[in-house]
Design a protein around this ligand. Structure first.
Ligand SMILES: *Cc1c(COP(=O)(O)O)cnc(C)c1O
Length: 361
């Protein structure tokens, strides 16, 4: 294998050696007592990480799977859903709801802008929705949406409307409080701010969301929330789980909870501030609207300065880093500095020094 280059991507992110090594523990059968212990242990730690007393589903899939699961289980066939769209990922989730036969209304804002509670309130006055789906941290644009305020707005409008949140690149990097903010589903993947290898997805699920699932006739099979809940109560899963990845999650959650959620959120804010300072000091703009800039990644606006992002990435490769070159329709016009997961301040300093050296070269 060629020399490892550290990932400065927005997913997958760099995974620490100890976490990778945790995967090599001996295999166990998932219908035995050892697995039940592992699963119960994971459950308690995940509840602490989501700040919930409800349950957290663990699936062998990427986050996309639970997007589909949330849409299928939480939206009735004859009722509309409102999707808040402002970037590539929020757009894709709306497409997934449509692909599953749901009636989708989209509330769009220009890429780089956040959804304000006022905008959402105006849409909710027009129609009764079964659910509002939105993205906590829009990875394509570097925007963090005001989840707490949007959730409060939805709940004020109706008791029936479920609040479904994608926190794939936010979870344990940007503040999210499942119970206190009254969320119904918060889903994430393993390979982003969670800093695990790809292959697991997680969702905190409220009682209200489960009650809705029971009213939906065709929930599908793999992501049937009712079946997953039945198994979870017995510390088990309906089908064979990715046990090695769960070992890694068990270890990583220990370390996340030892760092402390608040300390972890604060570290990410420091990383964000460092990245923003570097960008503005070097003549770049910031793509995301002020006041809503992500703690876990910085989308550098390259439209004025127009550096060659391929040359930048090649230069950084020589320094041992894999850099992002922007995503979707804003690729090249932006590039993103991923500073999520277990990235230290020292590592980000090395990254920014490298980027400065590129600009001088
Ligand atoms: C990466 C990403 C997804 C998709 O997750 P996968 O694990 O790649 O399926 C969804 N939402 C956001 C915000 C993302 O960044």
């Amino acid at each position: 294998m060629t020399q490892h280059k550290r990932l400065v991507l927005t997913g997958p992110v760099e995974v620490r050696r100890e976490v990778l090594d945790a995967q090599t523990a001996p295999m166990i059968g998932h219908r035995g007592a050892d697995f039940a212990d592992l699963f119960a242990r994971l459950q308690e730690k995940l509840k602490a990480a989501f700040l919930t007393q409800d349950r957290v589903f663990v699936m062998g899939s990427s986050g996309t799977g639970l997007w589909e699961g949330a849409s299928r289980n939480c939206i009735r066939d004859d009722k509309p859903v409102l999707h808040l769209v402002g970037g590539a990922f929020s757009e894709r989730w709306a497409q997934i709801s449509e692909a599953n036969g749901k009636t989708v209304d989209v509330l769009a804002v220009p890429w780089g802008e956040a959804h304000t509670p006022e905008l959402v309130a105006a849409s909710l006055k027009q129609k009764q929705y079964d659910a509002v789906c939105f993205v906590h941290n829009e990875t394509s644009t570097g925007v963090t949406n005001p989840v707490e305020q949007i959730a409060a707005t939805v709940r004020e409008a109706s008791d029936e409307t479920l609040i479904l949140v994608d926190t794939v690149s936010g979870f344990v990097g940007a503040e999210l409080r499942f119970d206190a903010w009254g969320l119904d589903v918060a889903l994430t993947s393993s390979q982003k701010a969670f800093a695990l290898p790809p292959g697991l997805s997680f969702a905190a699920v409220s009682d209200r969301a489960l009650a809705r699932a029971e009213q939906v006739s065709r929930r599908g099979y793999y992501f049937d929330f009712v079946e997953i809940e039945k198994s979870l109560k017995k510390h088990n899963t309906p089908s064979t789980p990715p046990i090695s990845l769960m070992y890694a999650a068990d270890k990583q959650l220990d370390d996340i909870l030892a760092e402390g959620l608040e300390a972890r959120w604060a570290r990410h804010l420091t990383l964000r501030d460092m990245s923003e300072e570097w960008a503005t000091a070097n003549g770049f703009g910031l793509f995301a609207q002020a006041g809503y800039r992500s703690p876990t990644l910085t989308a550098v606006d390259n439209r004025q300065k127009g550096i060659d992002v391929n040359a930048m990435a090649a230069f950084m490769d020589g320094r041992g880093f894999v850099m992002d070159k922007g995503y979707g329709k804003i690729k090249g016009e932006t590039f993103r500095i991923g500073h999520m997961g277990d990235m230290s301040i020292g590592t980000l300093e090395e990254v920014l020094d490298g980027l400065s050296a590129f600009l001088k070269a």
